[in-house]
Design a protein. Structure first.
Length: 167
């Protein structure tokens, strides 16, 4: 004879039953394999519900790459982030010259600063939409990254030549 209430047993079974095939597959995998909770690192082997018992995080079955190839993405982002940060610092002498100095504008300095801001915004957008970049074949990623570097090096060389002309 069972000493438990049948309705309580049914309720417990409903609570423990996976809500979807993905949850069932996750729990089935964890019966035989050790896996750490991605949030707290708790060993999830023999889990009965798709919730970490240690931290309470909901767990989902996902597909992941064994090795993400981010090299060309970083190569493509580097000059844009650098230019964006440099544009922020370059804005200081531009504003100081206008407010405290002679009140004039340097068209070259303003153009370089504008390029830096645009480059920084482009780098942020590229980082935000990185999945599109990463979906490209590696050869196209390389060409895209090298084109970004070529543009930045060209702008830097033109800037240095223009400064040399005025010095």
């Amino acid at each position: 004879m069972h000493d438990r209430n049948p309705s309580a047993a049914v309720q417990e079974a409903v609570q423990e039953a996976p809500a979807s095939r993905a949850e069932a597959m996750l729990l089935e995998f964890l019966v035989e394999h050790e896996a750490a909770c991605p949030v707290c690192g708790y060993n999830l082997k023999t889990l009965t519900r798709p919730i970490c018992p240690e931290c309470g995080s909901e767990l989902v079955l996902t597909v992941g790459a064994t090795r993400l190839r981010l090299g060309w993405l970083f190569v493509a982002l580097a000059p844009g982030f650098f230019s964006g940060i440099a544009a922020g610092f370059l804005l200081i002498p531009i504003v100081l010259r206008y407010v405290v100095g002679d009140g004039g504008w340097s068209h070259l300095l303003n153009l370089v600063d504008l390029f830096g801001w645009c480059s920084g915004v482009f780098a942020i957008l590229l980082a935000w939409k990185r999945h599109r970049f990463l979906a490209l074949p590696r050869g196209q990623q390389m060409m895209f990254a090298l084109a970004i570097w070529a543009i930045h090096v060209t702008v830097l060389m033109v800037f240095l030549l223009m400064i040399r002309r005025w010095l």
